[in-house]
Write a protein that binds this ligand. Structure first.
Ligand code: FB9
Length: 510
């Protein structure tokens, strides 16, 4: 039915109800969906003071499906009573009835039936009254007719306990006549047309008032995942600092580039299948810069460049093993090797932000993969002081100015430092990354000139993203259980703000 007709029907019923009407009762009376009636009420409200409507909550009782079945077929106890012939019935036969179990105990407690245990084939059940009154069915019938208020509260509670009744809180509107009440509704025009102006017909029409608070239609659009929003912010920071992004489009890497090139020995625990995902097909890589590979082999097995090396039997087959890269530092190694092939060395600043994979124990903040953020600077004479400086510059752009450095160990950097920042909320220092100076045993076999050093650092993308968007469980951020609405709803990510004096950015509340 068109809303205008429904609106007029509402007005006509209201005209006959001097004290007012409940929208739910009205919907039942006129046989319309309650939501449609509410829509008509809202439409009438927009006309001015034709009606007034107050939202209210009322308790309603409705039959459960089992309750409806009892109204149709009688209570379980009544059906059990009806199933007992004058000669009685074996209890085990009676229990086979759909209502047997529930009906039997109720009929016994109502003293409608009795059990005779003396029989040879087991207990027999007999009627002890000639007829019964099925009060349960009668009470449910009353509720079904909308007269539930006529029952005692205890009666309704008992029926609710038997799961024959449900108590609902129904939100409805109490409507009364407004100061401008009328039983007819003039259609409101929504557009003032040139034809109306020319003919003057606008004079006899009513126009729907503009709703200046109405929101515009949300344009359909795609939505970036929070990780990708934060990644673009970190990318912006690196680009502002003059760093060039490394090509990270190879999740699969050889053990050579992921470990050996970084001077990580072949017996290092991180190279164990418990920590690394190895690839079964193709299991082995075959193309390497063999002259460089020989230098790597030598520095591992015999030492060189002033290093004693690890002095073990380095195996080519181990270096060939393909894996899911455990860090993006393998990409850094490829870039540094490529830089070393230049005729004339030139300094460089590289960064990468991409997925890495570790065969680790999963928990609320760790999955078997994460996005590693890595930055590195290559030049002559870089020191730990330069590393601290570039870390201060990088984290300041994230709004983090209080940093502390703690000596640490990495197989491919010496010295190494864990980076900590003071968390104002937690009132404690939290780890925000790791860093170090790549070892000469890594750089010199590549062919980088003596005196060139590389300072580098890394952190994860997930940690700052979870902090930024207030997500506590990594599975709410990534994985098959992610609520896509979270992706649609989360706001844009700004790790910066209007350029302050020192270009400090909007701090991520650590
Ligand atoms: O990201 C980490 N923490 C972090 C980072 C940022 C942040 O908020 C933003 C600043 C505003 C809050 C917290 N961490 C490193 C520290 C911990 O979360 C740690 O428990 C988890 N770590 C990951 C690896 O764990 C298996 C984070 C990940 C990590 C650790 C080390 C590196 C990269 C990522 C590295 C490196 C490196 C070192 C030397 C040379 C080159 C790369």
């Amino acid at each position: 039915m068109a809303e205008a007709t429904l609106s007029e029907l509402v007005l006509q019923r209201l005209a006959e109800a001097p004290t007012g009407l409940d929208s739910c009762d009205l919907a039942n009376t006129i046989g319309h969906d309650h939501q449609a009636v509410v829509g008509a009420i809202k439409s009438l409200q927009s006309l001015g003071e034709v009606i007034s409507a107050q939202q209210r909550s009322t308790k309603r009782w409705e039959l459960t499906s089992e309750g409806q079945e009892v109204v149709r077929e009688g209570s379980h106890e009544a059906r059990v009573f009806d199933a007992i012939p004058p000669s009685g019935i074996l209890q085990k036969e009676l229990m086979k009835l759909p209502s047997g179990k529930v009906g039997f105990s109720k009929a016994m407690s109502n003293k409608w039936i009795v059990m005779d245990k003396t029989g040879e084939n087991g207990p027999r059940i007999f009627r002890i009254v000639d007829e019964i009154a099925d009060n349960v069915k009668e009470k449910l019938q009353i509720v079904a007719e909308g007269k539930g208020d006529g029952l005692e509260e205890k009666e309704k509670t008992d029926l609710k306990k038997r799961k024959l009744l449900n108590e609902l809180i129904v939100k409805s509107y109490w409507i009364t006549k407004g100061p401008s009440f009328s039983t007819t509704v003039m259609k409101q025009e929504t557009d003032l047309t040139s034809e109306m102006i020319i003919s003057g017909s606008w004079r006899g029409k009513q126009f729907k008032p503009y709703n200046f608070d109405a929101l515009g239609i949300m344009p359909d659009s795609g939505h970036l995942h929070p990780l990708m929003k934060v990644r673009s912010q970190f990318r912006q920071i690196f680009l502002e600092m003059g760093f060039t992004e490394m090509p990270t489009n190879n999740y699969i890497e050889s053990s050579f580039w992921n470990f050996d090139a970084l001077f990580q020995p072949q017996q290092h625990p991180a190279r164990d299948a418990h920590d690394t995902f190895f690839i079964s097909d193709p299991a082995l890589a075959s193309r390497f810069p063999m002259d460089y590979l020989e230098r790597v082999k030598r520095v591992h097995s015999e030492g060189g460049y002033g290093s004693l090396g690890y002095r073990y039997d380095w195996k080519f087959e181990e270096a060939q093993k393909n894996l899911l890269r455990t860090h993006t530092t393998g990409v850094s190694a490829r870039m540094l090797y490529q830089l070393a092939q230049q005729e004339k060395f030139t300094p460089a600043k590289y960064f990468s932000i991409d997925r890495v994979f570790r065969n680790e124990t999963l928990d609320a903040t760790h999955l078997a993969e994460f996005h590693q953020i890595e930055g590195l600077v290559v030049d002559f004479g870089l020191t730990l002081g330069n590393l601290m400086g570039v870390l201060h510059q990088f984290f300041t752009k994230l709004g983090i100015t209080k940093l502390r450095f703690k000596p640490a160990y990495n197989p491919y950097t010496e010295p190494s430092m864990e980076v900590f920042s003071y968390h104002e909320g937690l009132k404690k220092w939290v780890e925000v990354g790791n860093s170090g100076v790549f070892r000469p045993e890594m750089l010199l076999p590549m062919g980088l000139p003596e005196g060139v050093s590389v300072i580098a650092w890394g952190l994860s993308l997930e940690r700052p993203t979870m902090i930024k968007y207030g997500i506590n469980n990594i599975r709410e951020l990534v994985g098959h259980k992610v609520n896509l609405q979270m992706v649609y709803n989360n706001p844009i990510c700004r790790l910066d703000e209007d350029k302050g004096s020192n270009h400090q950015r909007n701090p991520i509340p650590l």
